[in-house]
Design a protein around this ligand. Structure first.
Ligand code: ADP
Length: 534
């Protein structure tokens, strides 16, 4: 007797996602607002048609399955076509972040051995500057007009689209993203067809993006940032309407949200902050969104509160490039209806709960093996495993996980009894004072609540008696008057006394990474001679 069940073989490939969208939601619109202000409309059937042509055009260039095709582009329908076109001919799409520094751009394109680069005309200066260093690229295609390279529409327009998707193993790679590399060179994370399909199925469920056919999503999170959180795949599965903007100007985004009746949006906290500021400066209400996903950095409390007061469900998510990226998402928990508004806001400041497919645990920061209880108190190194979590970096010969398959995230957090994750720091930044841990992030958040503080960063500085003590670096708001004592006084009511920083230093600017996060490495380098006294 056969040992297996008797269900059909069905290989999990990205092509099944676009086939489904074109078949079941073929006329659902995909809107793009381009950098020049023009608006174009296609639909899921159109995206599939163009993806078939693009796959054909790539084959004509001699690109073979498994090889890398790069994009250097903002969010738009041609970029979306490329996601499916590259995967459809068995290639691997490398979404390059245009905000990386030159040396990083040089490194990742050569490391990935990209053969084709598709780019927005707006990034022509990057192409001109990097061209001599990008030795593996044989073909440049411009998504806009073809002044310096063939235009995308002409290039695929020369094909008839009579093409069969390339088939293969569901574990074949389909996309590669590089981490921004706060230390050392960026590292490549190669997603598989299978991991991508599973991640997308998990992403559209009510506990995550909560998509239905009536959802209208404007993703502000760039398509070059951790696969735009998997939205282009999850959205296709649910047959949602997408509204893309090739520019990140809050005025443009705001108008698009109103005009296209957008229900859902997603972006990092700074994007939401810019939108608030735009509305305030122009006396406008926030757009009537049903849901806002915020991730990439911690969503501040005031942001969550304001969106929730606007009737918007806030999905505060945590993840990283290495996790495809969804790890946890915040949404209504089982006790939601019993919570007061303030309690709901407070709960949403935490990073939400793991979606099905993700396993989390925290371990002791000293030995990195002893598992900690999920008691809402114990804070430890956060580890993760699951089918869309990295096993090995691209071209590395050793696994990035331990014997039991756990990947160490580099984050520090607390797990609550209901599964909620509360991030408290990064393992590199948490401060060890006299054998006890102090969260640099909590001190920064508390300092950020002072009305005169524009931005604060906290780092552990060497101390002769306690090993390390916190020092707070503060950028004042323009024209604000505040002293170090005022800041300490403000912190006193919010953190334990032994957490209070040993010093507060006012500086003009806090260094940031290419993805906009505080770069504590640069801050430490700049203050490498800094000394605290006993
Ligand atoms: P991404 O490219 O998605 O930002 P990165 O790999 O660059 O991913 O960075 C991931 C890191 O960002 C996480 O390890 C964590 O430190 C931080 N992060 C992501 N989401 C959150 C969040 N909701 N709250 C706090 N930190 C977050």
């Amino acid at each position: 007797m056969a040992k297996l069940g008797a269900m059909q073989d069905w290989t999990m490939r990205i092509t099944s996602v676009i086939d489904h969208a074109a078949r079941e939601a073929g006329t659902r619109e995909i809107v793009t607002r381009w950098a020049d202000g023009s608006v174009t409309r296609t639909d899921w059937a159109g995206v599939r048609r163009d993806a078939l042509k693009m796959a054909q055009a790539l084959q004509r260039l001699g690109i073979r399955p498994g090889e890398r095709v790069a994009s250097l582009a903002m969010n738009h329908s041609r970029h979306l076509v490329s996601w499916y076109g590259v995967a459809g001919m068995g290639g691997v799409l490398h979404t390059v972040n245009p905000r990386l520094f030159d040396d990083q751009l040089d490194y990742i394109v050569n490391h990935a051995e990209d053969r084709v680069l598709l780019y927005d005309a707006a990034f022509q200066p990057i192409v001109d500057k990097m061209k001599d260093r990008w030795t593996t690229i044989e073909h440049y295609i411009c998504y806009d007009s073809g002044e310096n390279a063939p235009a995308f529409e002409d290039w695929i327009g020369a094909e008839d689209g009579d093409f069969e998707w390339v088939t293969g193993d569901e574990r074949d790679p389909c996309m590669i993203c590089y981490t921004s590399g706060t230390t050392g060179n960026p590292k490549g994370v190669q997603y598989e067809h299978r991991s991508t399909v599973l991640h997308a199925i998990a992403g559209l469920q009510p506990a995550a993006f909560n998509f239905s056919g009536s959802s209208v999503m404007l993703p502000v999170v760039p398509m070059f940032h951790a696969a735009s959180w998997g939205l282009p795949y999850a959205g296709a599965m649910a047959g949602i309407k997408f509204v893309f903007s090739a520019v990140n100007d809050p005025a443009v985004l705001h108008q698009l949200m109103i005009d296209e009746k957008v229900t859902d949006s997603a972006g990092v906290p700074t994007v939401w902050l810019a939108h608030f500021q735009y509305c305030d400066a122009n006396g406008l209400d926030l757009p009537p969104l049903k849901a806002a996903t915020i991730g990439g950095s911690a969503a501040p409390k005031f942001m969550i509160e304001r969106l929730m007061k606007n009737g918007t469900r806030v999905q505060h998510a945590w993840g990283m490039t290495e996790t495809s990226p969804i790890g946890t998402v915040g949404g209504p928990t089982w006790d939601w209806e019993e919570l007061s508004f303030e309690e709901k806001v407070q709960k949403t400041t935490m990073q939400g709960r793991p979606i099905f497919g993700v396993e989390l645990r925290t371990v002791d920061l000293d030995d990195m093996v002893t598992e900690l209880p999920r008691d809402g108190k114990s804070s430890g190194a956060l580890q993760i495993r699951g089918p869309w979590i990295i096993k090995r970096y691209f071209k590395s010969d050793k696994d990035a996980v331990n014997n039991e398959g756990w990947f160490d995230t580099g984050d520090v957090g607390i797990l609550h009894p209901d599964g909620t994750l509360q991030l408290t720091d990064r393992t590199k930044d948490v401060i060890k004072s006299g054998g006890e841990w102090i969260s640099s992030v909590e001190l920064e958040n508390a300092a950020g609540g002072h009305p005169a503080v524009a931005e604060a960063a906290c780092v552990g500085m060497p101390h002769p008696k306690w090993d390390e003590r916190p020092v707070l670096f503060v950028v004042k708001k323009a024209d604000a008057q505040v002293s170090a004592e005022d800041i300490i006084e403000h912190l006193r009511s919010q953190v334990a006394k032994w957490w209070l920083p040993d010093a507060v230093e006012f500086i003009d600017e806090i260094p940031h990474t290419a993805t906009g996060k505080i770069s504590k490495k640069d801050l430490r380098d700049r203050f490498s001679d800094y000394r605290l006294e006993a």
